[in-house]
Design a protein around this ligand. Structure first.
Ligand SMILES: Nc1ncnc2c1ncn2[C@@H]1O[C@H](COP(=O)(O)OP(=O)(O)OP(=O)(O)O)[C@@H](O)[C@H]1O
Length: 597
């Protein structure tokens, strides 16, 4: 009983993906019943025609209990009409699921995309590379195929029932035997179907892992080559391939075995049913012939139903993975905020704490205030919590305690669209997407025109470099574009951040890949921004701090100092130590830029 409940629950999760298709399912059901009745009538007519031709007489036909006498041309005409009607209905029944499936594919991809982009950053950032892509491709395709299969179960099931109903009218004992044994057969084959679903659950999960591993193969290509890690990495990849192979073989075997078994036993049942008919007497010979034809066709439809159910069982785990992913993203949407805002005055954090997991705080008691126009450096040892603080400042994550306020109001209340217009960010490893340099700087913000793009490129000191590219601003670059160097990519992304004329700008070591001259020019640009924006500069090197009004030292998850670099050199243990190392290194001709983090 529990397994039946589990099966019903598993099937019910497909329901929500069907809502737009309900009308079409009703049409499929009606057309299938009609096609089944037309087919039964046609088979009866064929049996009667064969007998009439053999005996050179008019056709005597028992059409669903109605005794009709027809001459030969009329019977042939009726036969052709029934065949055409059944054919047209079958074509329609084949067309509707294809439309439903195509519609479902687009709907599901749209819904999954919207759920993902609308999810809060913690959900998105927890997704391993390749995981989202795999759900978007494999799980959505399997789900839209499930819709065709379920339509097949409905249509073949109703054809089966229509034929059976016709057979009941003509020969109740034969139809009864077929019905009882079909149901028994269906019950006997359920454990095999469940075993298929279990194997398919494993296959679906392994497919997602395989997609993630494949994504890594491309992403790590350079490192694995240089580190000579290819043989060991190959083993890891082969292990993942083997993990897919076993459930794949099991799924393929079971999905072939279940319908084959059904077919063999069903034919056996047909012979038995005919034996029963012979024993009880079937009336006249034409009726017996018609019952035989109808039952053979009923067995075929029964087999199709069983095959489609088996295939649905195979696909259900993919549907569940998709439903889980959508639920995961939709259950944690980004908080929208409701207060309109068109300027930034000051930013204040008081007593802010944050933990990724309950219980373990990464940041605690963070309190500071920053005024419009300030350039603030953020430094601290590796793992101290600088990037976490940046994510809070950007509102990618919410504090778990304390308050973060902007212009004296909770930052979380500010309308997110307004917020996005005022805030920009250059991450430590900024990404280019496949598109022109111009599109990469504009970054889907249509209000930024070509002049603003070029102005931002000039201020990021990348304009001259862009003009030297094969197609200037129209040159296509991408995530792995070899056309631009690391430093050029950094400046293109800096131009992307500058183009919006932001009120808050957060940069994570924006000049790490630049030569000394470019670094100085970019710093001059950032310095020019002072007064018009609050700039936070996460610095991993002392040279980056030259333009900062104040420097925030983050250590052990809290603010250990917030003052001018000059004062911190005297008062802050960490800053003093790093400055001394930096001074010693410079006097010994060592590394020009000692690391801070
Ligand atoms: N997504 C995450 N889930 C769980 N813990 C995390 C996550 N990101 C960071 N941490 C943990 O939070 C702490 C602070 O990390 P954070 O990245 O903020 O430090 P950081 O100062 O920016 O370091 P670095 O200078 O090395 O980039 C670390 O102990 C880190 O392991």
């Amino acid at each position: 009983m529990t397994t039946l409940k589990a099966s019903v629950a598993a099937w019910r999760r497909v329901g929500p993906f069907f809502t737009r298709s309900r009308g079409k399912i009703v049409l499929i059901a009606v057309a299938s019943v009609a096609a089944g009745l037309f087919e039964a009538a046609l088979l009866t007519l064929i049996a009667a025609l064969a007998l009439a031709l053999a005996e050179s007489r008019d056709v005597q036909v028992d059409l669903l209990g109605l005794q009709v006498a027809l001459n030969l041309p009329l019977a042939l005409g009726l036969g052709i009409l029934l065949a055409l009607l059944r054919g047209a209905l079958q074509l329609w029944v084949a067309y509707l699921p294809a439309v439903m499936s195509g519609q479902a594919m687009v709907d599901l991809r749209t819904r999954l995309f919207d759920a993902f982009v609308g999810a809060a950053w913690p959900s998105k950032s927890a997704e391993r590379d390749g995981g989202f892509q795999s759900v978007m491709l494999n799980q959505v395709r399997a789900t839209s195929e499930t819709i065709i299969l379920i339509a097949g179960v409905i249509s073949s099931g109703l054809m089966f029932l229509s034929l059976l109903a016709s057979a009941v009218v003509m020969s109740p004992p034969a139809a009864a035997v077929i019905t009882v044994v079909s149901l028994a057969l269906f019950a006997v084959l359920r454990p095999l179907s469940r075993s298929l679903r279990r194997a398919s659950t494993v296959l679906s999960s392994e497919n997602i892992e395989y997609a993630k591993t494949t994504q890594e193969v491309a992403a790590l290509a350079e490192e694995t080559e240089v580190f000579g890690a290819t043989p060991a990495y190959r083993e890891r990849f082969y292990a993942q391939l083997r993990a897919v192979q076993q459930p794949f073989q099991r799924v393929r075997y079971l999905s072939g075995a279940v319908p084959a078994l059904y077919q063999s036993v069903a034919l056996l049942v047909l012979v038995i049913a005919l034996g029963v008919v012979a024993l009880l007497g079937a009336g006249n010979i034409a009726t017996l012939g018609a019952v035989v034809l109808i039952l053979i066709r009923a067995v075929t439809y029964g087999q199709r139903v069983q095959g489609a159910i088996t295939s649905v069982d195979e696909k259900l785990p993919f549907v569940h993975h998709l439903a889980d992913a959508i639920e995961r993203y939709e259950s944690r949407p980004q908080s929208p905020g409701h207060e309109a805002a068109d300027h930034i005055g000051d930013l204040t954090m008081s007593g802010v704490g944050f933990g990724y997991d309950r219980g373990s705080e990464v940041l605690h008691d963070v309190s500071f205030s920053v005024k419009m126009g300030e350039i603030v450096g953020i430094v601290g040892p590796s793992g101290a919590g600088k990037s976490t603080l940046v994510q809070l400042l950007l509102r990618l994550r919410e504090p778990t305690s304390g308050t973060y306020s902007v212009n004296g109001k909770p930052a979380a209340d500010i309308d997110r669209a307004d917020w996005r217009r005022m805030v920009t960010y250059v991450p430590q490893s900024p990404q280019l997407f496949y598109g022109s340099v111009r599109e990469n700087i504009r970054f889907f913000r249509d209000d930024i025109d070509d002049a603003a793009v070029e102005d931002a490129a000039r201020r990021a000191h990348i304009h001259e470099d862009i003009l030297r590219l094969p197609d200037g601003y129209d040159t296509i670059v991408g995530a792995r574009a070899s056309l631009v160097s690391g430093g050029q990519r950094q400046r293109i992304c800096l131009a992307r951040a500058l183009a919006a004329r932001p009120a808050i700008m957060i940069l994570d070591e924006p000049t790490s890949a630049l030569d000394v001259k470019s670094e100085e020019s970019v710093q001059a640009t950032l310095h020019d921004l002072a007064g018009d924006a609050v700039v936070f500069l996460v610095a991993h090197r002392l040279s980056t701090l030259a333009i900062c009004d104040r420097v925030m030292v983050v250590a052990d998850g809290t603010i250990a100092g917030f003052d001018s670099a000059e004062n911190l050199r005297h008062d802050n243990h960490y800053f003093k130590e790093v400055s001394e190392i930096s001074g010693r290194a410079a006097s010994q001709g060592g590394p020009r830029r000692p690391a801070l983090g």
